[in-house]
Design a protein around this ligand. Structure first.
Ligand code: MN
Length: 488
């Protein structure tokens, strides 16, 4: 991977990008990671460049790509966030800071970790771009899993499947989701993966190519007659999606293999419906397989027309019909929306409103097994998420202080609190905590009672009640001292 490859990729989407800044970030990262090697034996810089390249591929905005190159600098080198801020401005620095905070989360058993990550991702919803960087970082890490010991490899693959994949789905970033799934599938179920890979990508390849040429020829002729501009592509199904389908529906290999899949891209929405009509007049559709996700998009924003027809030789053939823009959206999800917004100019914003709308829609989903339905918009409207040094996540109302945090962790920690480290820096107990802060309470072991003055600034009812309770006990104990012999 070279910086030129990244530059070329960026220029495809963004002709005005300031390439000099990109080169400067490259030189900076090169200097910072100098001499560092990854477990694979390759230079560390390689990882930074890969991360940035995938970000460019999914059309992330320019600062996100810069932050991608720099994402491991504060964590792994002697250069600090301050240095990054000085050189590349506060927007880039904030993104890198977000990533650095994410890496503070430690693995503490799959169940717990998953909950933590879910909360954390939501917390980072105030700048989704951090998540994009994290995804691209993770994608490169799993692409190079081979170099790790088996136990770690399996752990990372599992974690990716359980945490990253559903979130990529939630954000509609299909290209990352399916890539991550197929890589993890390979490690988690190696036998099944090999079998499927052979059958689908080797055995069936010739047949598939012949068949799709035939279908394309027939369809193209009709589309030309109707003067509809079009692109028709073979759609290779990700192996994991076949595997899942087989499991879910308990169907045999061939029933799923033998389904051919094509994508038709046309200029406008009305062309989509016309094309659907043409396909149905050519071949008989399966009645229960017609889906109009243009009129009624999926909750993650996905739009397309789907149909399965009995094509030539009575072979089941799936069509996706969509516009180019819909296709890009389905590949790049959230990132594509930024791209279109940026291109359109004026109303570019850090947290697009539709992200909230997605989350809201998702939260209305009735699917109880899905974590998404736990996500209520109000959860992160006025909640913040902070981390303990062990990597546990605690959510608090906005405006909470270290004392609120301390009482949430444990009453005794609240009672004995004397100081606090926020992100490894000394701070005061009345400081307003920020989303993503790492909070470490310093306690004085001998201390028994909290400070009443804390009532002036604590936000949570829990902290208030605990302080009042202990204060009553304290007064009582003073009373006992003053009046010897008083009944306890
Ligand atoms: Mn990294």
């Amino acid at each position: 991977m070279t910086i030129e490859q990244i530059i070329n990729r960026i220029k495809e989407n963004n002709k005005n990008a300031d390439i000099e800044i990109l080169k400067k970030a490259y030189e900076f990262a090169k200097k910072a990671h100098k001499g560092q090697k990854r477990k694979t034996g390759g230079p560390y810089l390689e990882h930074a460049l890969h991360t940035a390249f995938v970000l460019a591929q999914i059309k992330a905005d320019f600062n996100t790509i810069i932050a991608g190159i720099l994402h491991d600098v504060p964590e792994d080198t002697e250069y600090t966030l301050e240095d990054i801020k000085k050189e590349f401005g506060s927007d880039v620095a904030t993104l890198v800071e977000g990533i650095t905070k994410l890496s503070k989360i430690k693995y503490r058993g799959v169940e717990r970790y998953r909950e933590n990550l879910r909360k954390m991702f939501l917390a980072m919803a105030n700048d989704m771009r951090v998540i994009l960087i994290k995804f691209c970082d993770r994608l490169h890490n799993i692409r190079t899993l081979e170099a790790l010991p088996e136990e770690k490899r399996l752990r990372i693959a599992k974690e990716t499947m359980e945490v990253y994949v559903p979130i990529a789905g939630l954000l509609g970033i299909w290209s990352l989701k399916s890539q991550m799934e197929d890589i993890c599938f390979k490690y988690l179920h190696p036998e099944e993966y090999k079998k499927l890979e052979y059958k689908y990508e080797v055995e069936k390849k010739v047949e598939r190519n012949q068949y799709s040429r035939e279908v394309k020829k027939i369809l193209e002729k009709e589309l030309k007659k109707e003067k509809i501009k079009h692109e028709i592509e073979d759609r290779l199904k990700p192996l994991y999606s076949i595997y899942k389908k087989m499991q879910r529906t308990d169907r045999k290999f061939h029933e799923i293999y033998d389904v051919f899949a094509l994508r038709v891209m046309v200029p406008t929405i009305s062309d989509c419906y016309k094309t659907l009509g043409i396909i149905h007049s050519l071949w008989k559709p399966k009645p229960d397989r017609i889906k109009d996700y243009i009129a009624i998009p999926k909750p993650n924003g996905y739009r397309s027309l789907h149909t399965t027809v009995y094509g030539p030789g009575n072979k089941a053939t799936e069509f996706q019909i969509k516009t180019k823009e819909m296709h890009e959206e389905s590949l790049y999800g959230i990132a594509a929306h930024w791209y279109y917004k940026e291109k359109g100019g004026s109303n570019y914003q850090k947290q697009p409103k539709w992200v909230e709308e997605i989350l809201q829609l998702q939260s209305q989903e009735k699917n109880t097994n899905d974590f998404i339905d736990k996500v209520k918009l109000d959860v992160f409207h006025d909640r913040i998420f902070v981390f303990s040094p062990k990597g546990d996540v605690f959510d608090l109302p906005e405006g909470s202080t270290p004392i609120d945090f301390a009482f949430l962790v444990h009453t005794e920690i609240g009672n004995k609190a004397t100081g606090v480290l926020i992100n490894d820096k000394m701070s005061t107990l009345d400081k307003r905590l920020q989303n993503g802060d790492l909070v470490e309470i310093i306690i004085e072991k001998k201390r028994k009672y909290p400070n009443q003055d804390w009532l002036k600034f604590v936000q949570t009812r829990r902290a208030k009640e605990k302080i009042k309770q202990s204060t009553r006990l304290y007064r009582l104990s003073q009373l006992h001292k003053m009046i010897p012999g008083m009944k306890k």
